[in-house]
Design a binder for this molecule. Structure first.
Ligand SMILES: Cc1ncc(COP(=O)(O)O)c(C=O)c1O
Length: 368
C-alpha cells in the first residue's frame, strides 16, 4: 500500500537523537533545553517571525495560542468545520464557543464573507485553517479581525512550506500553530510549534507550556505540561533543514499528477490561487457532480489496488455528536457537500514518479 503520508527519516535524525540520549539531557523542567531552544530559533527564522514556542502537539499549540489570544469562558470563536477536530477542541478547552463557518467550494478554506456574517460582539478570535496546506485568505480575515477587535490565530498545522504573497504562512496572523505529527511535511514524531511576533503572547504561551511557571513551584497562571522533549527537538532541527527538499518533491508530484488527471472532466483538481503557494500536504480532488456513494466506491477501489486514498474529512466537525450536541445543529451547505465529494491521493516525498503515474492512470481508468 502506498500510504497517504509517510515520515521520511534518515541517518541524520537517528544520529541527532542518539547524541541527545548520550548527553543525558532529555528534557527541561522549565520548558526549553538547548535543543528545544535551537529548534525554536531555527523555526522562527524559517517562519519569518520573532518567536517560536515549541510544544508537544499541534493541539497543544492551538490551545496555548487561543488562550494567549484572550479567549475566555463564553467567548465566541469563528472557525471552519471542514478541518481536523483539534481546531475546535482547542477552542472548547479554552472555554470558548466554536462558531462553525462555511467554506469556499474551490479552495475549501473558510470564506471571508462567511466570517463577516458570523462575527458578533462576543467574537474574541478567528481561526482560519490552511486546509490541505493551501494558505487561507488571511489578509481579508485580518481586516475583519482588526475591524472587530478580534485576534487572528492561524491553524498552519498542514502548511509547512506554504506561502501567502511570498511570505511564509502565519506572518499575517497574531499567532500561527503548526503540527509536527508523523504525517506532516516535517515531523518530530509528535510535536507542535507556535510562531508569533507578539512578545506578550509568546510569554503567555511559554508559561502555559510548563504549568504556568516562570520559576519552579510558583505558577503565575493555569498551565499544562505541553513541553517538547530534547529528542523531538533534535529531530525537528534536522527535518527543518530537509523541509525545502520535501516540499519541492511534493510540488513536483502534484504537478505530475495534475497533468495526468486533467484528462478527465470529472474531477475538480487542487489549484493555487494567485499569490498563494501550497505546501502540498494533501493532494485533494473532488468528484464533481458525484454522490457520496460514488466517491466512496472510488476510494475503496483505489485502496484495493494498493493506493492509500483517504477522505479528509468525511464528517465535518459541526456534525460530530459531541459538537452537534453541545453547540447546536447548523447547516453549512458547502462544507457538507465537499465532505461527500473530496478524496486525497498520496504525493509525499517517498512517492516515486512511476507511482504517481500509476495513481493517475488507475484513477483515470476508474472514472471512465
Ligand atoms: C488542521 C489541523 N489542526 C490541528 C492538528 C493537530 O495537530 P496534532 O495532531 O499535532 O495535535 C492537525 C493535525 O493532526 C491538523 O491537521
Amino acid at each position: 500500500m502506498i500510504p497517504i503520508n509517510l515520515p521520511k527519516i534518515g541517518e541524520e535524525e537517528v544520529e541527532a537523537v542518539v547524541k541527545v540520549l548520550r548527553s543525558g539531557r532529555l528534557t527541561s523542567g522549565l520548558g526549553a533545553g538547548p535543543m528545544v531552544t535551537c529548534f525554536e530559533k531555527n523555526f522562527a527564522k524559517f517562519a519569518g517571525v520573532k518567536h517560536a514556542v515549541a510544544v508537544n502537539t499541534g493541539t497543544a499549540a492551538l490551545h496555548s495560542a487561543i488562550v494567549a489570544a484572550g479567549v475566555k469562558q463564553g467567548d465566541e470563536v469563528i472557525l471552519p468545520s471542514f478541518t481536523f477536530v483539534a481546531t475546535a477542541e482547542a477552542v472548547v478547552m479554552a472555554g470558548g464557543k466554536p462558531v462553525f463557518t462555511d467554506i469556499d467550494p474551490v479552495t475549501y478554506n473558510v470564506s471571508p464573507a462567511e466570517i463577516e456574517k458570523a462575527i458578533t460582539k462576543k467574537t474574541t478570535a478567528i481561526v482560519p485553517v490552511d486546509l490541505y496546506g493551501l494558505p487561507a485568505e488571511i489578509k481579508p480575515a485580518r481586516e475583519i479581525a482588526a475591524k472587530h477587535g478580534s485576534a487572528l490565530v492561524e491553524d498552519a498545522a498542514q502548511a509547512h512550506g506554504a506561502t501567502y504573497e511570498g511570505k511564509p504562512v502565519g506572518v499575517f496572523a497574531d499567532a500561527a500553530c503548526w503540527s509536527l505529527y508523523a504525517s506532516k511535511n516535517m515531523t518530530t514524531g509528535e510535536g507542535g510549534v507556535i510562531t508569533t511576533d507578539n512578545d506578550e503572547m509568546a510569554e503567555t504561551m511559554r508559561l502555559i507550556r510548563t504549568h504556568g511557571e516562570k520559576a519552579k513551584y510558583a505558577s503565575l497562571m493555569l498551565g499544562n505540561n505541553y513541553r517538547m522533549s530534547e529528542m523531538q527537538a533534535a529531530i525537528g532541527v534536522v527535518q527543518l533543514e530537509k523541509l525545502p527538499a520535501f516540499v519541492a518533491k511534493r510540488r513536483e508530484n502534484a504537478r505530475r499528477l495534475s497533468e495526468i488527471l486533467e484528462k478527465t472532466g470529472k474531477l475538480q483538481l487542487p489549484k493555487e490561487p494567485k499569490g498563494r503557494r501550497h505546501s502540498w500536504y494533501l493532494y485533494t480532488v473532488r468528484l464533481e457532480h458525484g454522490t457520496e456513494n460514488e466517491r466512496n466506491k472510488i476510494v475503496e477501489e483505489l485502496r484495493k489496488k494498493g493506493l492509500g486514498a483517504e477522505v479528509y474529512y468525511i464528517n465535518p466537525v459541526h456534525l460530530m455528536p459531541y459538537y452537534r450536541g453541545n453547540f447546536g445543529k447548523r447547516r453549512l451547505p458547502e462544507t457538507e457537500k465537499a465532505a461527500k465529494q473530496v478524496f486525497s491521493l498520496p504525493i509525499h516525498p517517498g512517492v516515486t514518479e512511476e507511482q504517481v503515474d500509476y495513481i493517475g492512470k488507475t484513477l483515470l481508468h476508474l472514472l471512465r
